[in-house]
Design a protein around this ligand. Structure first.
Ligand code: FAD
Length: 486
């Protein structure tokens, strides 16, 4: 797996060559103590690269939760277990004799970045994008309106979202957004319950979805079919979802036939698949499947939300008012412009899947509020020597795990280069975790080690086995800590 992954990154190839040339000097180079904040893909890929290309690098990963892996555990859809296989590679990294994991340490609260900078030569921030982008429209806080982040956290067992108890008693749901997260949510809500039973979906979500009345989902996007952000695999899954019929309007695809042939290949294939579902009359088994489907989903283009319409008592969502948009410009960069036309759609559940957002965790770290990222140059935080960033907090909340891998490698390369060329002072030895341990103890914080996480993992897998699923996640932070300390 790693060999396959590293081959796709050109910077790695360069590093491998460098490492070969410098084999001897690497062994004798002074110790480089690096602290990584966050244990998602960005944290683990950065750690992997540092450990691989500098034999004197020692890496400590600090994580807010007692459990590692970030969005691989709490974001990736439960019915996509193959995506979670990266956990095996991350586990290998965590077992490296120069790598340690300290869970249950909330950086910015339990320890400051300044304290970490004192204890390590370099601090790499990989804490992701944990906030919601809000719609900023009236009614956004009504009952029955949820952000995708909260909803995904709920079905994936994120401790802070476990009590969400979403309202699933209405037949129609609207999801705002045309990205993969929007499709993940639609698929989870419409999937046959027996196929979800075999996944690591949280038990409370399984129970709620089994009783759900939702059978019609409309995914609403601001722009047109040529601008959707989801990818072909996720679209294909939706089109082929058992007992479910895709409802795509032929008129949305009129005029695209002669444009599609000139599109870049991935966009071309994606558009062709949408057009096939919208324009071709199904025959045989597919026609039968669609005719007998009891659930349906569709894509609504060129609409943006103006207002959530309240129910008669003013408490719940009853629908959404949308502006009808037109496009200016061509292709992926085309912009939407609102017209004076509006449209109301009824729904009893609304999910806004318009993106995640990073936020600053420590006032001493520069932060670009506008872009929601830490300003950086190849992962070097601007005007903050010794401080680096990687992953979603570095480039914004877009891209898949492989994109984040490239990103982690790039940042690690910047750290190694700075240590080699003297931009990072590694002449004095640093106390690392020994210093932090004393501080944390004084503050009553008890870190969870990787072997502590493995005890949690064992309990989760054993509990899952009883229910015929890969794992049953623990949902309570205190319970996780107790299991880790057994
Ligand atoms: P994260 O994965 O968010 O990791 C950040 C970590 O930092 C977390 O563990 C968090 O707890 C920790 N942290 C936060 N604050 C602190 C703090 N103050 N102190 C210490 N630790 C902290 N990609 C795919 O390739 N395939 C998919 O199927 C897929 N599905 C996705 C589904 C969803 C719903 C989402 C949102 C994303 C999905 N992605 C998928 C994208 C992928 O998850 C991201 O590219 C990747 O997780 C980003 O990695 P990261 O390390 O930057 O952030």
């Amino acid at each position: 797996m790693w060999r396959l992954l590293t081959r796709v990154c050109p910077r790695v190839t360069g590093s491998q060559a460098l490492a070969g040339l410098r084999g001897l000097s690497l062994k004798t180079s002074p110790e480089l103590k690096v602290c990584i904040v966050g244990s998602g893909p960005a944290g683990f890929y950065t750690a992997h690269h540092l450990l691989k290309y500098r034999e004197s690098a020692v890496v400590d990963i600090y994580e807010k939760l007692p459990v590692p892996f970030g969005l691989v555990r709490f974001g990736v859809a439960p019915d996509h277990p193959e995506v979670k296989n990266v956990i095996n590679a991350f586990t290998q990294t965590a077992h490296h004799d120069r790598c340690s994991f300290y869970g249950n340490v909330n950086v910015g609260k339990d320890v400051s970045i300044e304290e970490l900078k004192q204890a390590y030569h370099a601090v790499v921030l990989t804490y992701g994008a944990e906030a919601n982008r809000t719609l900023g429209i009236p009614g956004e806080n009504l009952l029955g309106v949820y952000s995708a982040k909260t909803f995904v956290g709920w079905y994936n067992g994120l401790p802070e979202n476990r009590k969400l108890n979403p309202e699933l008693s209405s037949e129609t749901a609207i999801i705002l957004g045309h990205g993969n997260v929007a499709l993940d949510i639609a698929r989870i809500l419409l999937s046959p319950i027996d196929s979800l039973r075999k996944t690591d979906i949280a038990a409370h979500a399984l129970e709620a979805i089994a009783a759900s009345k939702v059978k019609r989902i409309l995914l609403v996007g601001r722009r047109g079919p040529l601008q959707v952000a989801f990818t072909i695999k996720e679209l294909r899954e939706m089109i082929n979802l058992p007992d479910t019929c895709p409802l795509l309007h032929p008129s949305d695809f009129e005029g695209l036939k002669h444009i599609v042939k000139d599109l870049p290949r991935p966009r071309k294939r994606l558009t062709e698949l949408m057009m096939k579902a919208a324009l071709e009359k199904p025959s045989g088994k597919e026609a039968e499947r669609r005719a007998t489907a009891c659930k349906e989903w569709g894509l609504q283009f060129l609409r943006s939300p103006l207002e959530v319409i309240p129910s008669n008592n003013g408490k719940r969502v009853a629908g959404i008012r949308l502006s009808v948009n037109k496009l200016e410009g061509l292709g992926e960069s085309a912009k939407f412009v609102q017209t004076e036309d509006v449209e109301d759609l009824e729904c009893g559940l609304m999910l806004s899947s318009i993106g995640y957002k990073s936020y600053p965790i420590d006032p001493s770290v520069p932060f670009d509020q506008q872009q929601g990222i830490i300003p950086n140059n190849l992962g070097r935080v601007l005007h903050a020597p010794g401080l680096y960033c990687s992953g979603w907090v570095k480039r914004g909340p877009t891209g898949v795990i492989v994109t984040t891998m490239h990103d982690g490698f790039e940042t690690a390369e910047s750290v190694l280069e700075d240590a080699r060329l003297g931009a990072l002072d590694v002449s004095a030895s640093k106390g690392g975790f020994q210093i932090m341990e004393a501080l944390l103890k004084k503050r009553g914080v008890h870190p969870v080690s990787f072997s502590g996480w493995q005890k949690i993992d064992n309990v989760e897998v054993a509990n899952g086995k009883k229910a015929g699923k890969p794992r049953e996640k623990l949902l309570d932070v205190q319970e996780m800590i107790e299991v880790a300390n057994q």
